[in-house]
Design a protein around this ligand. Sequence first.
Ligand SMILES: Cc1cc2nc3c(=O)[nH]c(=O)nc-3n(C[C@H](O)[C@H](O)[C@H](O)COP(=O)(O)OP(=O)(O)OC[C@H]3O[C@@H](n4cnc5c(N)ncnc54)[C@H](O)[C@@H]3O)c2cc1C
Ligand code: SF4
Length: 340
Amino acid sequence: MMRLPKFSYRTPRTIAEAVKIVADAGPEAQFVAGGTDLYPNMKRRQQTPKTVISVMRLPELNQVTGHGAQGLVIGASVTLTDIIENEIIKRDYPVIASAARTISTPILRNMGTIGGNLLLDTRCNYYDQNYEWRKGINFCLKKDGDVCWVAPGSSKCWAVQSSDLVPVMVAIGAKLRLVSTLGERMIDAAGFYNDDGIDYLKKRPDELLVDIRLPPTNGWRASYQKLRRRGAFDFPVLGVAAWIKLDGQAKNADGTSALPASSGRIEDAKLVLGGIAPSPIEVNDAANALIGHPLNDDQIQAAAEACYIKARPLDNTDFVYQWRKQKARQYTIRALEELR
Ligand SMILES: Cc1cc2nc3c(=O)[nH]c(=O)nc-3n(C[C@H](O)[C@H](O)[C@H](O)COP(=O)(O)OP(=O)(O)OC[C@H]3O[C@@H](n4cnc5c(N)ncnc54)[C@H](O)[C@@H]3O)c2cc1C
Ligand code: SF4
């Protein structure tokens, strides 16, 4: 049986108290929300904070406010189950509810939060193992070792960003609000992830993720397609998020699009690949293939080809990596066809 190491557990009731505790405790402290990522990592001795600070009793982090016409604010501690069941998210941001529904299992979604999902540790077959297993290969660059077993000549870790909501948040232009004792800052999801499996976030350890801000729906629509081994539950080994906005498009009262995408010209587009690299990958050539055209077969094929060319998965998660590259084409087609 794998046991948790010893740590002290704190349960602040205000944001000010939470950021003071983490600032006072220093680099040995870490926030926890549902714990579905952090606690298994602690049991495997991949992360070993001495002070663990729960964010679940901070009221501001447990709210969802706003709607599609004005934009939505989702508190970082809102659980994935609450995201899936929230009527406004289902109506105005259905891509978030449907992507959240693909994450892990119902029991884990009852505990796991949107904030924890966006801050998930990167994953790799040589890292997601217990301590003894990792010791058997003399560890690796990401934790306790000095070699990357995926790319032995590399000085960089290639562990994979494996959250389902990250590519979606990047595609729709979400912003993340971070607070510390030094103040507050807002950062675009698109610029939040580093292409480095060890230093994977542009967040300091003393910063608390308070909420996620979604832009008004304003006529855009988005979709997400996920490749995984087991349909019932599994991490993504490829995720494709697609976002399009049509030119001069008629809108419903709530800001959602009133026309099928095939009947308008695409004014703006984003295609984002997840689950294949340390950070989500925005494929500009795919967006350029769509912009200025209706969403027809030729444009979809061109965008899919651009995603295929850009996708370069490594041999450090599930499935043969060359096959996952092939799948980037097919899953892009699926994601765009969902928007027609
Ligand atoms: C069996 C299994 C299957 C899974 N399948 C999937 C899957 O298919 N797709 C997927 O995306 N994920 C999957 N996960 C990962 C995980 O369950 C989810 O990503 C979940 O949303 C994590 O949320 P959490 O609240 O439990 O995070 P936690 O474990 O509490 O935290 C994760 C990280 O975020 C930090 N953190 C959390 N909240 C804050 C905050 N407010 N401010 C600052 N730092 C914070 C923690 O310090 C930690 O580093 C799976 C996990 C398991 C165990
Ligand atoms: S990519 Fe290399 S350094 Fe990173 S976790 Fe995997 S084996 Fe370790």
